[in-house]
Design a protein around this ligand. Structure first.
Ligand SMILES: Cc1cc2nc3c(=O)[nH]c(=O)nc-3n(C[C@H](O)[C@H](O)[C@H](O)COP(=O)(O)O)c2cc1C
Ligand SMILES: CC(C)CC(=O)C(=O)O
Length: 380
């Protein structure tokens, strides 16, 4: 029997053992040469922590708020597609794990449990992530269903006018399972297809023999003409706060504030879209400086340790989101696995704060970290 994992990274191997290769490759993969995928994690390793001593750290408080909602720690669940490929309970298990930790899950529009099923599975605070569709009625329908079900914010992902080139998915001829949120809209285009592990519904109209079915699905449905002016439309169809996910430059951060978004997620989509996009931790501060505290800045990409969370907070994030770690936890051990992953990150963050002299999140300051750039500068 494999030893119990002692850190989040060890869940990846357990997930690999638990999953069919096609799904593991889909979850793990990044775009093209996967340079950004590697960088998302390595860039954290180039940041050091400057601990302060002789501060009372006998009590550590990890709690914070995001858009006014209190959460037990600044660690949220990023939207990731198709959790039933990882575990039969799918997003419901992930949502329950988030609820058990009193944190926020962002449900992907491409979930394998419906918006309604996830909403009724537990009473955690949830946000809902969307892409903009060519058919605006589908976007509007999803947003309004989420609002009716008590989701507290809409997260519009803006880094995916087209799907990035994920070569493992192309080789594996990756196919999408049943996407229950869409049944009414796309019913006619799907057909049943029996495979070794489950029954899938393929997006037949576009099914390609020689590539990733997801890529075809995205190309047909996502609106590649989406631009800044469309944020107004989204805001006009919902009373919920609108966050945009996928900003990595100060120019776009400024535009986002101008069009009135309620929050920004610094993200490169887990390095699955544009290869050679910067590691997100290397651009977080640039975005935070541009935003000037007007809206919360959230962060994702490469968080695997409590020290990574600490570094992102020191560079100005209000909270971080985890993508693959949650999916690996789910694949390895279902709801319990996701709970354990969050628990591990919380415990590590708590220890990091104690060893750095920060009893509360507000004590984590820019001076607690040193970037590679600053180290080089100080040697000149
Ligand atoms: C398997 C997988 C599926 C994803 N699906 C979505 C999605 O449906 N919508 C979205 O906005 N981002 C999606 N993302 C990106 C995540 O929200 C997040 O930005 C990324 O995973 C963070 O990096 P990390 O995996 O290193 O934590 C996905 C990422 C992965 C790994
Ligand atoms: C197939 C996708 C659109 C889901 C996604 O965002 C991803 O796989 O990164």
């Amino acid at each position: 029997m494999a030893a119990e994992p002692v850190n989040v990274n060890e869940f990846e191997e357990l997930a690999r053992l638990a999953l069919p290769k096609m799904y593991y490759d889909y979850y793990r993969g990044g775009a093209e040469d996967q340079r950004t995928l590697k960088e998302n994690m390595e860039a954290f390793q180039r940041i050091t922590i400057r601990p302060r001593v002789l501060i009372d750290v006998s009590r550590i408080d990890l709690s914070t708020t995001v858009l006014g909602y209190k959460i037990s720690a600044p660690i949220m669940i990023a939207p990731t597609a198709m959790h039933k490929l990882a575990h039969p309970e799918g997003e419901v298990a992930t949502a329950r794990a988030a609820a058990a930790h009193n944190t926020i899950m962002v449900l992907s529009y491409m979930s394998t449990c419906t918006i309604e099923e996830v909403a009724s599975s537990c009473n955690a605070v949830r946000f809902f992530q969307i892409y903009m569709y060519k058919r605006r009625d589908i976007t509007a329908n999803l947003v309004q269903r989420a609002e009716r079900c008590g989701y507290k914010a809409i997260v519009l992902t803006v880094d995916t006018p087209r799907l990035g080139r994920r070569e493992a998915d192309i080789k594996n001829k990756m196919i999408a399972p049943q996407l229950k949120n869409f049944e009414a809209s796309y019913q006619l285009k799907f057909h049943l297809c029996h495979r070794k592990h489950a029954i899938f519904i393929q997006y037949v109209e576009l099914l390609q023999d020689d590539g990733s079915n997801l890529e075809a699905f995205a190309k047909d449905t996502f609106d590649a003409s989406l631009s800044w002016k469309d944020i107004g439309w989204l805001r006009s169809i919902t009373n919920l706060p609108v966050l945009i996910k996928g900003v990595v430059t100060h120019e776009d951060a400024i535009k986002a504030i101008e069009v009135g978004v309620d929050g920004i997620v610094v993200s490169n989509h887990g390095a699955r879209q544009l290869d050679y996009a910067p590691a997100t931790i290397s651009v977080l501060e640039e975005v935070v400086d541009a935003v000037k505290g007007k809206v919360p800045v959230l962060f994702d990409g490469g968080i695997r340790r409590g020290t990574d969370v600490f570094k992102a907070l020191a560079l100005g994030a209000q909270a971080v989101l985890i993508g693959r770690p949650a999916v690996y936890g789910l694949a390895a051990k279902g709801e319990y696995g996701v709970k354990t992953v969050i628990e591990m990150l919380k415990n590590e963050l708590e220890l990091t704060m104690a060893l750095s002299g920060c009893p509360a999140l507000k004590d984590i300051s820019r001076n607690h970290v040193r970037t590679q750039h600053e180290r080089r500068h100080s040697m000149l």
